[in-house]
Design a protein around this ligand. Structure first.
Ligand SMILES: NC(=O)c1ccc[n+]([C@@H]2O[C@H](COP(=O)([O-])OP(=O)(O)OC[C@H]3O[C@@H](n4cnc5c(N)ncnc54)[C@H](O)[C@@H]3O)[C@@H](O)[C@H]2O)c1
Length: 376
């Protein structure tokens, strides 16, 4: 791995000039591509990187990540970090020089980088708009410049942009209104619509994917499933916000990786270009049900579930339509929530050193209008 540490954008330009894909034989080069991933030291991006790196031995990968509290090189296996097919570039998606120098050599791009935690956006929202909106603007401006070279660009949006399901009896399809309920969701909605505006204006080769709630190995302890599992491992109470009736559509991060792969490789890109596609399971499971599955897995008594104040801006129900993802990508999730949760529990049981260092960050203080501080 060429690990690159940058102090200024000027430095960034100089160093990134060296960021050349490795030479491959003629046969291999026929399929060679350079894949640019932003934010792939985080949860979903690192799982996607591993999936793609193992599946496509002729592809080179460039990861741009500023390694916030949520990103870590520990998420990227050593055999990838050591490979000549991999480069890590330390820097921000808000840096146009840096982004441009990588975009110029890329065939496929997936833009994961974002501030991603809803509660943190209530506590301090400024970085969410800087990274999620302005960072996406930098990516878009660069894509316009390099649209002849870049074959496909996937913007990772989120189901949070939709707000809560308008009609509780209906699945949320791609025409569902956009009603973000938190600063995180508003920032991601800004980015989602910014990508839409760029393709209307510049006809860029972009596609918007809106994953629903991801879970899987390597997720930060601030998110509900890892927080609940690690509390159970330690024999501590599992905290549930409100009455736990909030429903989410849970999708395993490897299923999301398969969906993104399908979008990057489907034969007829014109069929999916400039589309929004929801990635979910079509099933909703409440937070209380997830907490109960985890509690039962560890044989904990009923009193180990404790209920706290509900988080401001809570979404009551998320459930994805799967029709468009089936039609356009031929994709459906294959990992059941039951199997996926068992695997994830096992991962946290066997990787204590990885998650223990996140413990001080698992709760975030939020101040109510009355000045009362609650930790979520
Ligand atoms: N986790 C979910 O359930 C979920 C669901 C739907 C969509 N998403 C979206 O998927 C994407 C990835 O989510 P995640 O859960 O992996 O997030 P994460 O917080 O685990 O990782 C985000 C990564 O982005 C990096 N990053 C942050 N600011 C950056 C910047 N300015 N420049 C470069 N890198 C930067 C961080 O260092 C980190 O590695 C995000 O866009 C998020 O909005 C997440």
């Amino acid at each position: 791995m060429k690990r690159v540490y940058l102090l200024s954008s000027l430095f960034a330009l100089l160093i990134c000039a060296q960021a050349k894909p490795v030479e491959l034989s003629n046969k291999e080069a026929a399929h060679e591509k350079t894949v640019f991933l932003t934010g792939a030291a985080g949860f979903i991006g690192s799982n996607f990187l591993k999936y793609m790196f193992d599946k496509y031995p002729n592809y080179n990968f460039i990861v741009l990540d500023i390694l916030t509290y949520a990103g870590s090189l520990d998420n990227i296996p050593h055999y990838i970090q050591e490979s000549p097919r991999f480069q890590f570039v330390y820097g921000s998606v808000t840096n146009p020089f840096l982004v441009d120098s990588i975009m110029a050599q890329s065939d496929l791009v997936v833009h994961f980088a974002a501030e991603s935690h809803v509660t943190r956006s209530i506590y301090d929202d400024a970085t969410f708009f800087d990274t999620d909106v302005m960072g996406t603007r930098v990516m878009m401006a660069s894509l316009v410049k390099h649209a002849k070279k870049v074959e496909r660009f996937i913007h990772i949006s989120t189901s949070e942009v939709l707000g809560t399901a308008e009609d509780e009896s209906q699945l949320m399809d791609e025409n569902h209104p956009i009603n973000p309920r938190t600063p995180y969701a508003a920032a991601k909605a800004g980015a989602d619509r910014l990508v839409y505006a760029y393709w209307c204006t510049f006809d860029i080769p972009a596609l918007i994917i809106r994953p629903f709630n991801n879970y899987g190995p390597q997720q930060h302890l601030e998110k509900f499933i890892p927080r609940a599992i690690t509390a159970a491992i330690k024999g501590e109470a599992i905290k549930v916000h409100g009455d736990g009736s909030q429903e989410r559509d849970w999708v395993h991060t490897l299923d999301v990786a398969r969906a993104l792969d399908a979008a990057l490789h489907c034969k007829d890109f014109n069929k999916i270009k400039n589309q929004v596609i929801h990635i979910g399971s079509g099933k909703a499971t409440s937070i209380l049900d997830i907490a109960t599955i985890i509690k039962n897995h560890f044989n904990l008594p009923p009193e180990s579930l404790v209920f706290t104040n509900d988080r401001p801006g809570q979404v009551a129900r998320h459930i994805s339509s799967t029709q468009k993802s089936k039609e356009l990508l031929g994709w459906e999730p294959i990992i059941s929530l039951e199997d996926g949760l068992k695997e994830v529990i096992e991962w946290y049981k066997t990787h204590p050193a990885r998650w223990k260092k996140m413990e001080p960050m698992k709760e975030v203080p939020v101040r109510s209008p009355l000045g009362i501080e609650v930790k979520y």
